[in-house]
Design a protein around this ligand. Structure first.
Ligand SMILES: [Zn+2]
Length: 237
C-alpha cells in the first residue's frame, strides 16, 4: 500500500488555501467593493445611453433644419405662384399645397424645439451622472485601498501554504499526485482522499455510499478505492 501521508498533507494545505481565499472573498468589504463596481457600471451604462440619445437627437435636428429650408423654399415658390395666379380658382387651387407645406414647416420647427429641450435635460442628467460616477469611484477606491491592506496580511499566509504545497509536490508519490491533480482539474473540491467511514467489513464513503464486500476487499488490497458515486478516493485510516 502506498504511503498516503504526504498526499493527505498536500490536501490539507490545499483546503487551507481555499479557506484563506474564501474568508477573504467573504469579507464584507469585498462585497461592498463588488457592489460599488456594479453601481458604477450601472451609472456608466445610463450615461452612455443618454449620450447616444443626445447624439441621435442632434442628428434629427440637422435633418429637421434641412427639411425646414427645403419646405420654406417650396412655400416661397407657392406664394409667388399664388401672387401670379390670374383667377380666384387658380389661387384657390394652390391653397391646399400651401397649407400642407406650412404645417410641415411647423412640424420641423417643433421637432427642433422639442429635441433641443430634451437635449438640455439630457445634458443636465449627464452631468449629474458624471458626479455620481465620481462619487462611486471615490467610494470604490477607498474600499480597495482598505482591502489592499488586508490582502497584504493574507498574502504571507497564502505564500507559506503555497510554498509547502510546492515542496510536497516533489515528495508525494507521483501516481497519487496525478490522481489528486486530475480530480481537482475536473472540478472536484477537496477533500479528494477521504477516510472510509465504519469498521470491519461495514464501510462506506463520506458521501454515504456503502461499499460492497467486493469493494471492501479491493480497498483492503490496494489501500485505496475510488467511490462509485462521488468519485473520491477512499482509504482506510
Ligand atoms: Zn463517495
Amino acid at each position: 500500500m502506498k504511503d498516503l501521508g504526504k498526499i493527505l498533507e498536500y490536501q490539507e494545505k490545499d483546503i487551507e488555501l481555499r479557506k484563506i481565499d474564501a474568508e477573504f472573498n467573504k469579507n464584507p468589504e469585498k462585497k461592498k467593493l463588488d457592489t460599488a463596481k456594479r453601481e458604477f457600471d450601472g451609472v456608466q451604462r445610463e450615461f452612455a445611453a443618454s449620450v447616444s440619445e443626445a447624439d441621435r437627437l442632434g442628428k434629427e435636428i440637422e435633418q429637421a433644419y434641412a427639411d425646414a429650408r427645403a419646405t420654406e423654399s417650396r412655400i416661397d415658390e407657392l406664394e409667388k405662384a399664388f401672387a401670379a395666379a390670374a383667377t380666384d380658382e387658380a389661387k384657390a387651387a394652390l391653397l391646399p399645397a400651401m397649407e400642407k407645406e406650412k404645417s410641415k414647416l411647423d412640424r420641423c420647427r417643433n421637432k427642433v424645439v422639442n429635441n433641443i429641450d430634451r437635449i438640455k435635460k439630457l445634458l443636465v442628467s449627464c452631468s449629474q451622472k458624471q458626479q455620481e460616477k465620481k462619487k462611486i469611484k471615490g467610494v470604490y477606491d477607498n474600499i480597495k485601498s482598505g482591502l489592499q491592506k488586508q490582502l497584504e496580511i493574507v498574502q504571507p499566509r497564502r505564500d507559506a501554504v503555497r510554498k509547502r504545497m510546492n515542496e510536497l509536490r516533489e515528495e508525494v508519490d507521483p501516481v497519487l499526485m496525478d490522481v489528486y491533480a486530475k480530480a481537482r482539474k475536473d472540478g472536484m473540491s477537496p477533500p479528494v482522499f477521504v477516510a472510509a467511514v465504519g469498521q470491519g467489513g461495514d464501510l462506506s464513503c463520506i458521501c454515504g455510499m456503502q461499499l460492497s464486500p467486493g469493494s471492501v476487499g479491493k480497498l483492503r488490497n490496494d489501500g485505496i478505492y475510488r467511490c462509485d458515486t462521488c468519485r473520491r478516493i477512499i482509504y482506510i485510516k
